[in-house]
Design a protein around this ligand. Structure first.
Ligand SMILES: *[C@@H]1O[C@H](CO)[C@@H](O)[C@H](O)[C@H]1NC(C)=O
Ligand SMILES: *[C@@H]1O[C@H](CO)[C@@H](O)[C@H](O)[C@H]1NC(C)=O
Length: 113
């Protein structure tokens, strides 16, 4: 009887470990100038948004959404349009803002200066 109880405990612990190891993405590898994520484990099919740190903005046309996916037995973070955080332009437009609606590449900013 005691042996059986022990065995059940061992098996329960074993299955628990398998369940934890399966279908979980770890902390994503972040690019420079992004806010660290709070959790260290994310379920498959979970999407999160990575934010740029203070003073940086998301480059137009890049996506800050990443998704934990499972493919061919591996689990990894996936993104269609990898996020790029670029320095917020220090140039303030006094007129319509036609040329400066948001963020610029460093090169473009230097050119405007
Ligand atoms: C990024 O900002 C959005 C909107 O404010 C927020 O919902 C999200 O949790 C943030 N992401 C991280 C990783 O902090
Ligand atoms: C994740 O989504 C795919 C496709 O939408 C689905 O086939 C799969 O079962 C989902 N996995 C989990 C763990 O929810």
């Amino acid at each position: 009887m005691h042996m059986l109880v022990k065995l059940i405990f061992i098996m329960a612990a074993y299955q628990h470990n398998i369940a934890r190891a399966r279908g979980v993405c770890g902390t994503p590898n972040l690019i420079p100038n992004t806010v660290p994520v709070s959790d260290s484990e994310y379920q498959t099919n979970t999407s999160i948004r990575i934010n740029c740190t203070e003073g940086y903005v998301r480059k137009a046309g890049t996506s800050n959404k990443i998704r934990c996916i499972e493919k061919d037995g591996s689990i990894f973070w996936h993104t269609d349009l990898p996020l790029k955080c670029i320095r917020k332009s220090l140039v303030c437009s006094r007129d319509t803002g036609h040329y400066m609606t948001g963020a610029h590449d460093m090169s473009a900013t230097l050119f405007l200066l």
